[in-house]
Design a protein around this ligand. Structure first.
Ligand code: SF4
Ligand code: SF4
Length: 334
């Protein structure tokens, strides 16, 4: 089982998932606040299609299904079906701000994209952690590694805009090729998972590259980790972070998403807020490795949530929720 964001790298139809095997056992419903709220399971496709944009695309249902049905992929397929069958304009209207920014990323900046290996912080990490971004850029520069500011395309893809998704990937591939880039070092688990092997070059996580180059401090003490959705099942990032931590690692359990997944917050703000409250019930302080998650949890009132990279590098920067948009704009002019 997997919660990878795009397990199948091509556009699927509903027949591409084995949803016909659903026995309506209700296990997915019992493990998902969204499905519970509407009293449906992944096999209730007619109702699920109506509610497809209420789903956080977190993949919890995929993880728990005894029939190995990829519920997350099924919902994404339903979004794509709705777009393909005439709802594209309605989706564009509902998410116009996001689409205006990310369909052809307006804060793109490839000026520092040297050939070979490049750091790919994504769009949310520099928004939330501008000082830490600058520190990473500086350290990598000392190792001959450039930086490119770009959106991976996942937010657009998750809206079901399959044609845009494909175009974004093709454009990034072409630019990488034109700039003779052979490795991307991602600072975001969503970017890494979304890219997978679609770029035709090596995609490396930032902690793995830190280890390779001897960058970063080893941390004393114990940490409670919140695991971002794309890493929940495989836990690749945790394994890459583990060498930096001497103490115990424990995990927050039962929080299915930070609330930003699938842009469902536009329809389900109360559920999104409830996820943070669930995390708050478990811990007064946690760490994670997704800037979107730290920003969202902080906005919803969990103050002690930090990005582990700020501790490994000693920047100790908090997620800048008040100026995140401005920080992102500024990346265009770096
Ligand atoms: S857990 Fe799987 S089999 Fe059970 S209702 Fe959900 S999708 Fe169907
Ligand atoms: S992807 Fe997440 S929010 Fe959507 S149905 Fe599955 S468990 Fe629920």
């Amino acid at each position: 089982m997997t919660c990878r964001l795009f397990d199948e790298r091509k556009i699927q139809t509903m027949s591409g998932t084995n949803i016909q095997n659903c026995t309506h056992c209700g296990i997915c419903r019992d493990n998902c606040a969204f499905l519970s709220k509407y009293g449906i399971d992944i096999g209730d496709t007619e109702r699920l299609k109506e509610l497809a944009y209420h789903c956080f695309l977190c993949g919890y249902c995929t993880d728990v299904c005894p029939e190995h049905i990829d519920g997350r992929q099924a919902v994404l397929d339903l979004r794509r079906e709705r777009v393909a069958s005439g709802e594209k304009k309605a989706v564009e209207k509902k998410y116009r701000g996001l689409i205006r920014e990310k369909r052809d990323y307006i804060y793109r900046n490839w000026k520092h994209a040297t050939g070979g290996s490049v750091f790919f912080p994504g769009c949310n990490f520099p928004s939330m952690y501008p000082k830490t971004t600058a520190e990473i850029v500086k350290i990598f520069r000392e190792h001959g590694i450039g930086t490119l500011y770009e959106c991976c395309g996942k937010p657009i893809a998750e809206l079901g805009l399959a044609e845009d998704e494909e175009r974004i990937i093709q454009n990034i591939r072409k630019r990488l090729n034109d700039n003779k880039i052979t490795e991307i070092i991602t600072g975001c688990p969503n970017c890494r998972d979304f890219f997978g092997d679609r770029l035709g070059i090596k995609v490396t996580g930032i902690f793995s590259k830190f280890s390779e180059l001897g960058i970063g401090n080893t941390l004393e003490g114990d940490f409670v980790f919140y695991i971002p959705c794309p890493d929940r099942t495989e836990r690749i990032w945790i394994e890459e972070i583990r060498p930096f931590i001497k103490g115990n690692i424990t995990f927050a359990e039962g929080v299915q998403c930070c609330g930003l997944g699938g842009c469902a917050i536009a329809y389900e703000p109360d559920l999104a807020d409830m996820f943070t409250q669930k995390l708050k019930e478990q811990t007064s302080g946690a760490v994670t490795y997704c800037a979107s998650c730290t920003g969202q949890f902080r906005r919803c009132g969990l103050d002690r949530i930090d990005h582990i990279v700020t501790k490994i590098l000693g920047t100790d920067e908090r997620a800048d929720t008040s100026k995140s948009y401005v920080n992102r704009v500024l990346t265009k002019f770096k």
